[in-house]
Ligand binder design. Structure first.
Ligand code: DGY
Length: 324
């Protein structure tokens, strides 16, 4: 038995006070947040804990290289980048950062909704390029959000907050999930089978996690159910939507617009056709990107990391069975 402090490898920049909390009970090693998987595998050989975002796939390759690893503390609510089953087999606790980002993501959904409904980017660009006159360029009229129907796919934490906010705006709301019973605490909303929800909604917002069931949940057949004036918003994960089918639907005018915070491939290739579509509003995966929320995510990840390394249950563990 050695008295050496556990080694915590940190693969994203942390505030000095968060580092100090780790260093109170651990040795801390930095790995560049831009490290490749090969670099990471080499860097974690002696690690007891790893704190990391969800840019790299973390699975058996990393776990096999790090025989002492006890905790993988993810910074993010989505954990599709982590092989939780493989971690569980090795007794490694995996954690994510739910709750703390719910409102930030919901804010972005509403921001995207208003940006599309009032053509904010085009109008701002018009002014910036010297324009103002409605005679020279009559404004493209938007649509009232009030009275429109919002279909929420995925009634988890974020889906619920988006639903409540949409109702406060006077929208009618529908919901769909793999379960059909409204979860306790969710705002009252009407359940619909997915295709019915897509048919009835003026705006569809995706809030499912990415798993084998939700992979390309919205493909050509589903897009064909949507109304030509409808808008698709995706702040969940890119592969939930078949992007090729989405581009075809937007180009053909079978769907009015989309607003995407996530893409099938991030960052997109320079020749990705979605980049050329005027009716695709794209932002670079910024759902949780506020000072306060990103700090809260890092702080929760640090608490998860330190809990496991000190033999305590982490606050938000994805595989609590390994703690027994
Ligand atoms: C998440 O929390 O999963 C977001 O995608 C940010 O990474």
């Amino acid at each position: 038995m050695t008295n050496e402090k556990p080694l915590a490898c940190i693969c994203l920049p942390l505030e000095p006070e968060l580092e100090a909390r780790i260093e109170a009970s651990c040795r801390l090693e930095h790995i560049s947040w831009a490290a490749s998987l090969d670099v990471l595998v080499e860097a974690v050989r002696d690690a007891d804990g790893l704190l990391i975002g969800n840019r790299l796939p973390i699975g058996e390759e990393v776990f096999a290289a790090a025989p002492k690893l006890r905790v993988l503390a993810g910074v993010g609510v989505g954990y599709d980048a982590f092989d939780v089953a493989a971690a569980t087999k090795r007794g490694i606790a995996v954690s994510n950062t739910p709750d703390v980002l719910t409102h930030a993501v919901a804010d972005l959904v509403l921001g995207l909704l208003f940006a599309v409904s009032r053509s904010l980017l085009e109008n701002a660009e018009y002014v910036r390029s010297g324009g103002w006159s409605h005679a020279a360029r009559p404004p493209r009229l938007g649509f009232d959000v009030r009275g429109r129907t919002l279909g929420v796919v995925g009634m988890g934490r974020i889906g619920r907050v988006v639903t409540a906010r949409a109702q406060a705006l006077g929208m009618r709301t529908l919901w769909n999930d793999v379960f059909s019973e409204l979860p306790a605490g969710a705002p009252q909303s009407d359940y619909r089978e997915l295709t019915e929800l897509l048919r009835e909604s003026d705006v569809v917002s995706l809030h499912t996690d990415l798993n084998p069931t939700s992979h390309q949940l919205i493909s050509a057949d589903e897009l064909a159910c949507m109304q030509p004036h409808a808008v698709l918003i995706n702040t969940s994960r890119g592969p939930v939507v078949d992007q090729t089918a989405l581009v075809e639907a937007l180009e053909a005018g079978r769907l009015a617009a989309c607003a995407l915070d996530v893409l099938e491939q991030e960052p997109p290739a320079a020749d990705d056709p979605i980049l050329a579509l005027p009716n695709a509003l794209l932002v670079p995966h910024i759902g949780s990107a506020t000072e306060q929320t990103r700090y809260a995510m890092r702080e929760l990840a640090v608490r998860n990391l330190l809990a496991v390394l000190s033999g305590e249950p982490p606050p938000t563990c994805l595989n609590p069975e390994v703690l027994d």
